[in-house]
Design a protein around this ligand. Structure first.
Ligand SMILES: NC(=O)c1ccc[n+]([C@@H]2O[C@H](COP(=O)([O-])OP(=O)(O)OC[C@H]3O[C@@H](n4cnc5c(N)ncnc54)[C@H](O)[C@@H]3O)[C@@H](O)[C@H]2O)c1
Length: 386
């Protein structure tokens, strides 16, 4: 078990526990007399590793409710449903809300905990790679509203986040790869040798998967699960490394005044892509929709192109970085070609919640491990990317 703290000044305000199993969960929950667990229904059904969690919760007399985790249900209505359930079950100011699920569940439960009785404590057991390396760390909570992603929310830190990669073994491959995109994003921001290590690992996993499934016709999910088990050690190291990077950035700038903006690499484009896909039913994608991580992958490639145009205005061919990112993502089997033009994305980008006046802070990757934040208008971006 490793513990990583998030600090406000010198004070630890949230802790992240990374562990190969759930042996330490009972002690993490010990200080909380009344536990209300809100669990993604699909995880409750599909994830064998969750049995250990359920046993601990039952022993502690926790009350449990299931929610459906989808972008369409990541709404105020679902949050109100959680609050109603808390009221019915007598949840008081000493309640701990425990979210068990991916980023959708943790975002909604963190938000419900922040408004219920003016704020109760909450903690997370993230069950997707994306939530283990990103969504469940740093305290951003919220819901979608009027087709805009995460437009209602607050920043408030969970008491703890318990990361156990074992739960990922039941995660569908596509959702897993969505998390790989966020992990690569983290290492583009702060490398420490992990970017290449991650790109190599997921290239190997994807290649082995293709051989087993395409050549030998084996069952896809079973092969995927076995490959995650086989590469467990490196995967666990990379998850902990990504969590450390995010915890460090959040400790230095919890409320996104400055350095934390870097974590939005690719996200202004990604949110526009997700919003447009929701509006048109995802018809431009072969998969008839796009996951958050896939949109981030597309957004990172667009950010690399923007960086190219911004720093080297006279060049037109793709830079080494844009090419490297696309080919690494492609090799990991993550779609990274954006089907919308920059003009199509422009209106949506203007509504980005990070906009200040008519400028948005775009994060521009200069190299692996080196990014810079630059305030630009959407018109300037459209001109450069045309
Ligand atoms: N708060 C933040 O800082 C932050 C950062 C990044 C992303 N996000 C948000 O996170 C969300 C995406 O998160 P996500 O990719 O984790 O999505 P998710 O919560 O929807 O999970 C993806 C899918 O996997 C299923 N699932 C989850 N865990 C599983 C498991 N162990 N086994 C089997 N199935 C499982 C879910 O039911 C769902 O169908 C987006 O809404 C995004 O806006 C928030």
């Amino acid at each position: 078990m490793e513990q990583i703290n998030i600090y406000s000044g010198k004070k630890a305000i949230s802790r992240i526990v990374t562990s190969a199993d759930f042996r330490d969960l009972a002690s993490c929950l010990e200080p909380y007399p009344n536990i209300y667990a809100i669990i993604d229904a699909k995880v409750a059904q599909k994830c064998p590793a969750l049995k250990q969690v359920a046993d601990v919760l039952r022993r502690r007399g926790a009350k449990m409710m299931e929610v459906e985790a989808a972008e369409e249900t990541k709404t105020l209505e679902t949050v109100m449903g959680i609050c109603g359930w808390l009221l019915e079950n007598g949840a008081d100011r000493d309640a701990l809300l425990l979210a068990v699920g991916g980023g959708i569940t943790t975002d909604m439960v963190g938000f419900a905990a922040s408004i219920y009785k003016r704020g109760v404590r909450f903690a997370y057991i993230p069950t997707t790679l994306l939530s283990q390396v990103d969504a469940a760390i740093g305290g951003k909570t919220g819901v979608n509203f009027q087709k805009y992603k995460n437009i209602l929310g607050v920043i408030r830190q969970p008491s703890f986040t318990y990361i156990c990669p074992q739960v990922l073994e039941s995660l569908p491959q596509r959702d897993f790869l969505s998390g790989v995109a966020e992990m690569l994003k983290t290492f583009i921001i702060e490398d420490g040798g992990n970017y290449q290590k991650a790109a190599d690992l997921f290239f190997d996993i994807s290649s082995e998967y293709h051989v087993e499934v395409m050549m030998y016709g084996k069952d896809g999910q079973a092969v995927w699960t076995d490959l995650l088990k086989k590469h467990r050690k490196t995967l666990n190291q990379l998850i902990a490394a990504a969590a450390r990077v995010k915890a460090g950035v959040v400790s230095r700038d919890q409320f996104e005044k400055d350095e934390r903006r870097k974590l939005n690499l690719g996200h202004t484009f990604a949110h526009a892509i997700e919003t447009l896909a929701q509006k048109d039913g995802g018809e431009r994608f072969e998969t008839k929709g796009v996951t958050h991580g896939e949109a981030v992958a597309m957004g990172m490639v667009l950010a690399a192109k923007l960086a190219d145009r911004y720093y080297r205005k006279d060049r037109n061919e793709p830079t080494e970085l844009e090419g490297r990112l696309s080919s690494d993502l492609w090799d990991c089997n993550i779609p990274c070609f954006c089907p919308y033009t920059i003009q199509e994305m422009a209106q949506t980008m203007k509504k980005d919640k990070k906009a200040e006046g008519d400028k948005i802070h775009f994060v521009l990757p200069k190299a692996i491990g080196e990014v810079e934040t630059v305030a630009l208008t959407v018109e300037e971006v459209c001109r450069m990317m045309a």
